[in-house]
Design a protein around this ligand. Structure first.
Ligand SMILES: [Zn+2]
Length: 175
């Protein structure tokens, strides 16, 4: 049988309080220096709020006065029998499903080598966000940062000390 490892008890150099302080410091940096990182998921289809559903499943051509939205893009009064201008007669609207986080961002990080893929001219951006965002980072179809859309390039990685407090995600510009 081998010797096995002989490690001293944990927490002598970096105890739980210090680890927590480290995580809190990153949160503060994100607050002070971060940018909005807006994730876009698979769009959601739902019934039209502006009309009723007819027997064929399409719009019944009658304005729904109980439309919960204020007058605007999703609430447009129209005469009975005309085509609903919101759903164009299909009684269904496709809405973006989004979630926004604040994150530290780094463009074209030097430590990230990527070989000739024909994508060298595209911008790569790494985001650091709170760990709570990790599942959303994974399932996002695209992300919007400083006016540019990116798609997932490398799966999210937990970061931090022994306590994983944040998540790094790498995205590549959608060309
Ligand atoms: Zn409609």
């Amino acid at each position: 049988m081998g010797q096995g490892e002989q490690l001293p008890p944990p927490g002598l150099f970096v105890d739980a309080a210090l680890q927590q302080e480290f995580a809190s410091s990153i949160d503060q940096l994100i607050s002070d220096l971060g940018y909005p990182v807006k994730l876009f998921f698979e769009p959601i289809a739902s019934g039209c709020p502006n009309c009723g559903r007819g027997p064929d499943g399409n719009s019944d051509g009658i304005y729904d006065a109980s439309n919960p939205f204020g007058l605007g893009q999703l609430n447009i009064v129209f005469p009975s029998g005309a085509q609903c201008p919101v759903c164009v007669g299909e009684n269904e609207i496709i809405a973006d499903d989004t979630q926004q986080y604040q994150g530290l961002i780094g463009y074209n990080p030097k430590d990230l080598q990527f070989r000739a893929t024909g994508q060298e001219n595209l911008t790569i951006v790494r985001t650091k966000t709170q760990l709570v965002s990790i599942e959303d980072m994974r399932r996002a179809k695209k992300v919007f940062i400083e006016g540019v859309f990116y798609r997932l390039f490398k799966s999210p990685i937990r970061t931090g000390l022994q306590i994983r407090s944040h998540v790094n995600t790498v995205w590549i510009e959608i060309d």
